[in-house]
Design a binder for this molecule. Structure first.
Ligand code: ZN
Length: 241
C-alpha cells in the first residue's frame, strides 16, 4: 500500500487525512490521541526510571571501565564520567544508557536484563509505567536511523540504516529537534495502545546521538561498538560495513 502523507491536521468533522472517506474523529484522531498519551506516559516514566538505572549501573564499578573504554574508544576514563555530558553532547547519559541496555557482561546479559523482574523485585520496586517501559526497552538495541519524513511537533519516520526497515515514530518531543536527512543513533521503543489494528509506532527513548548526513565514518564507529552485542544468536544483517 502506498504510504500516505499527513499534510495538515484536519478538523474533527473533516475527512481524515488518510483518504478513508471517514470523518477524522471516527478514523485516525482517536488513534493519534492514544499514541500521544501513551508516549507521554512512557516519557514521564523515563524521567524517574533512568536515574534508578544509572544508580544500578554505578553499583557495578568493575564493569564500567572496560565498557567506557569501548564506547569512547579509550578517549575518556571513568573519572571523567561526571564531565562527559559537557565534553560530548550528553556523553555521560548516552554512555550509561548504552551500558544499561546494550552492553552485555561476560554472561551475555545486559544490566537491564539483570534487573529483578516484577514478581521478585526486592528493593527495586517500580511504578507500573516504569515497569512497562523497562519491559519494552529490554528488547530494544541501539541502532542507526535516518530521518525520512518529519512532522514537526508530531512525529517522524526513521529508516534503519542496517536493515532499511521504516519505523513510524510518534514522538512530539524528539521531532522538534530533528531535521530531514539527519542520522540518529538511538533506541526506538514500541508504543502500544488499545488499537490492535494500528501500525506499529515507536518513541525515541533516552538520549540519542544526532549526526549530520555526511557522518558515515562516525557511523561505522558506532556500528563497531554496537556490533558485538548482537552475537551469534542474533546476528546483524549483512551489508552493514
Ligand atoms: Zn484515517
Amino acid at each position: 500500500m502506498k504510504q500516505q502523507t499527513q499534510p495538515k491536521k484536519p478538523g474533527r468533522n473533516e475527512p481524515c487525512w488518510c483518504g478513508s472517506g471517514r470523518k477524522y474523529k471516527d478514523c485516525h484522531l482517536p488513534l493519534e490521541e492514544a499514541h500521544r498519551s501513551e508516549q507521554l506516559r512512557l516519557r514521564q516514566a523515563q524521567d524517574t526510571l533512568l536515574p534508578r538505572i544509572v544508580e544500578a549501573a554505578q553499583s557495578l564499578p568493575e564493569e564500567l571501565p572496560p565498557a567506557l573504554a569501548r564506547f569512547w574508544e579509550g578517549k575518556y576514563s571513568v573519572d571523567q564520567l561526571a564531565e562527559l555530558d559537557t565534553l560530548e553532547d550528553r556523553g555521560s547519559e548516552r554512555f550509561l544508557i548504552w551500558f544499561s541496555f546494550d552492553y552485555a557482561n561476560s554472561e551475555g546479559q545486559t544490566l537491564a536484563e539483570r534487573l529483578p523482574p516484577a514478581a521478585d523485585s526486592g528493593s527495586f520496586v517500580l511504578e507500573p509505567a516504569e515497569r512497562t517501559l523497562l519491559d519494552r526497552w529490554q528488547g530494544v538495541r541501539l541502532r542507526p536511523y535516518v530521518i525520512d519524513e518529519l512532522r514537526k511537533g508530531k512525529g517522524f519516520s526513521a529508516r534503519d540504516l542496517l536493515d532499511s526497515k521504516v519505523h513510524r515514530v510518534a514522538d512530539s518531543h524528539a521531532s522538534k529537534r530533528l531535521e530531514i536527512g539527519e542520522v540518529i543513533v538511538g533506541h526506538l521503543v514500541p508504543v502500544e495502545t488499545a488499537f490492535a489494528s494500528a501500525e506499529p509506532t515507536y518513541y525515541l527513548a533516552g538520549a540519542a546521538a544526532h549526526l549530520t548526513p555526511d557522518t558515515a565514518e562516525k557511523l561505522v564507529e558506532y556500528a563497531e561498538y554496537i556490533w558485538p552485542i548482537y552475537g551469534a544468536a542474533n546476528p546483524m544483517p549483512h551489508g552493514t560495513t
